[in-house]
Design a protein around this ligand. Structure first.
Ligand SMILES: [Zn+2]
Length: 280
């Protein structure tokens, strides 16, 4: 049984169509079996679902933080006029900013769950944990947005919003750590080192980014100053934490969207191969 192409060699991209499975690549001498396995692991249906999951997760990560801006503004407006009764204009703006901010956690939940569904076959633990952590993150993100709207100077919702915001950040890091690992697993058969290595680096950058966040928190509570100002060291940790989180979010969304672009090649291959198989 000949190899039915298009099946490019994983090492040199030479077209292996028409060769026998036990033959080597005529161009670079590599075994043909891994290339055939890689091509077969990416049928059209799977690449399409994978690309849409990568789009949802990448866009949610890129736009989610930006979508918080109207919410921050709405909360700020209320802080400025806390003594005045709530007016209709503020209520409308609050509703809009809440819905807008909730859109992207829901999109990310949908995207990561689609990805988990694609890898479900073996029922592995990372898939279960990805589903759980993405649900927890989306719920905490929406809850934090609601708490932020209800918070104004002096009421307990300020503390509730801060605590749930921190929990949300923890859930984001956990979910992204597991999710990036799962995307790496999907890419592994394709042997694309240029895409896998950045993913591995991003994955291990996440726990590193958590260090200044935890340090800032510990220093803040250890100091327990009555005026609730941060010490210089805590301020430095907080600044480092913000830079690290912004870097992690940016790198992860660029990586996800880059993979999506690269998978277009496999989509074209899969479509061509399936057309040939159905016509033969
Ligand atoms: Zn080759």
């Amino acid at each position: 049984m000949q190899i039915l192409g298009p099946v490019p060699c994983l090492k040199c991209m030479y077209e292996l169509d028409g060769l026998l499975p036990d033959q080597k690549c005529p161009e670079c001498g590599a075994d043909t079996a891994p290339s055939v396995a890689a091509a077969e692991s990416m049928p059209t249906r799977r690449v399409t679902a994978l690309r849409s999951a990568l789009f949802d997760t990448g866009i949610a990560m890129a736009c989610g933080p930006v979508a918080l801006l109207p919410l921050v503004r709405t909360v700020g407006d209320r802080q400025d006029s806390a003594a005045e009764p709530i007016d209709f204009g503020w209520m409308a703006m609050a509703m809009f900013s809440f819905l807008f901010a909730s859109l992207f956690p829901l999109l990310s939940l949908y995207g990561w769950r689609t990805l988990a569904g694609l890898q479900q076959a073996d029922g592995s633990r990372p898939v279960t944990w990805l589903k759980r952590s993405s649900t927890v993150f989306a719920a905490l993100a929406i809850w934090t947005a609601a708490c932020a709207l209800l918070a104004h100077a002096g009421n307990t919702m300020v503390t509730v919003a801060l605590v749930s915001g921190l929990a949300m950040l923890g859930a984001w890091m956990t979910r992204t750590f597991i999710g990036v690992g799962l995307v790496i697993d999907v890419l592994r058969p394709l042997e694309r080192r240029g895409l896998i290595v950045p993913g591995v680096l991003i994955r291990w950058f996440l726990p590193l980014a958590a260090v200044p966040c935890v340090a800032a928190l510990v220093l803040h509570f250890a100091a327990a100053r009555p005026d609730s100002t941060l010490s210089d060291v805590a301020q430095l940790c907080l600044a480092l934490a913000i830079v690290a989180i912004v870097a992690a979010v940016s790198l992860a969304c660029i990586w996800l969207l880059t993979i999506r672009t690269h998978l277009r090649f496999y989509l074209i291959l899969a479509e061509a191969r399936e057309r040939r198989i159905s016509s033969d």
